[in-house]
Write a protein of this length. Sequence first.
Length: 239
Amino acid sequence: MTNPSLGSVFPVLLGWAAYRGWKQGNLHPSRPLLACGIAVLCCVPWTVRNYLTFHRFIPLRSNFAFELWLGNNEQFDEQSQVVPAADPERAEIRNYIHMGEMAFMQDKWQRATAFIQTHPRLEIILFGRRFVATWTGMEKPIAGFRDADSPLVRLVLIGNTLAAMGALCGIVALFRSRNIYAFPLAGVVIVYPVIYYATHASLRYRHPMDPVLLLLAVIAVAAAFQRGRSPAAMVSLPS
């Protein structure tokens, strides 16, 4: 409920669990259905509350439309090639109060999608920049590292870059050793941040995924130290 973006990895993990059960020959259809049912039941109180408040079916309240508009809006400057911050926060709060939540979000969705449709080339560029910013901390990490006034900023850039590279190496090590946890760990890393590539990036958005990144980095280090052993022993995780 705090971060609905985490729901994006639910199909990945559920599908992996169902596939494992099917491969082992003990999968009953009721198990994945029960998991989905429990997830839905957890959302029902909020869905009922939203229907009573907004008089329409809203499983979970979301500010996705607003976040999408923040990173893709009509204030784009052709000279800077960057979508600037939106209107001052107070102005948006006034619009929110005046229009109401549903109308406000619908307006932002229409504006954001219209901007995306009319600037396809720019969107590809921005998508790439957000990808880099998600994994390093800045859209232009080399320039940021060179121009940084604080050693802490450089340390953050180095740490994030090493964590991303370590995670990639960890995924490769898991797949090479045919580890059963390769797919779910890789799925979290690949699927979860996609929503931020489309909206806008921030290091704090990556926090729910950071434990997985560190685990993968440790796996990569362990695999590097065990290269002389058999492939099956490269990565040892409990089954």
